[in-house]
Design a binder for this molecule. Structure first.
Ligand code: FES
Length: 167
């Protein structure tokens, strides 16, 4: 018998190890997939939720608070959100996130007497125009996020707030 030949015992060992490993992988893969699935999916896409009726929306930005259901991994929760909503001169509905793009404080509408008709962030004196564009020379470097929206049966539905390019 040459050195490269394998004995019957070795052949049996290799075969049983291979088949055993294959069967173990077949049993463990579905279990691992089941355990990790919610994490692999990440946060669920936010569905559109009714925020207000259209008749309550004017040319002046108004803040509307609402809740969305959020699923993150195995964790489900109700998250409170807000939007500044108004009608543009053309009649389009604009829904802006109130979260300042500098460090995340909440912006107010028209509360800085020296800069009327702008969104104002009291944390570091950040300012935004009515359309949410950041005012150059103030701390925020990007405009306020805009909500996905849909009007249906006289109601405004909002979805995810999406970022835009800065001024
Ligand atoms: S957090 Fe708004 S200006 Fe800094």
């Amino acid at each position: 018998m040459s050195k490269e030949d394998i004995s019957r015992r070795q052949f049996l060992n290799y075969t049983l190890t291979g088949v055993g490993g294959f069967m173990a992988a077949g049993m463990l893969m579905p279990m691992a997939r089941f355990a990790l699935d919610p994490v692999l999916k990440g946060a669920s896409d936010q569905k559109l939720v009714a925020v207000t009726t259209i008749d309550k929306i004017t040319n002046e930005p108004k803040r509307f608070d609402f809740k969305v259901k959020q699923k993150d991994g195995w964790y489900e929760s109700d998250v409170s959100l807000s939007a500044w909503v108004y009608k543009s001169k053309k009649g389009d509905i604009i829904a802006l996130s109130p979260v300042c793009k500098h460090l995340g404080c909440v912006v107010d509408w028209n509360t800085d007497p020296s800069h009327p008709n702008q969104f104002f962030c009291p944390c570091h004196l950040g300012r935004y125009e009515k359309d949410g564009m950041n005012v150059k020379g103030t701390p925020p470097l990007a405009p306020l996020d805009v909500y996905d929206q849909q009007v249906k049966d006289g109601k405004l539905y909002l979805g995810k707030a999406k970022p835009r390019k800065g001024a």
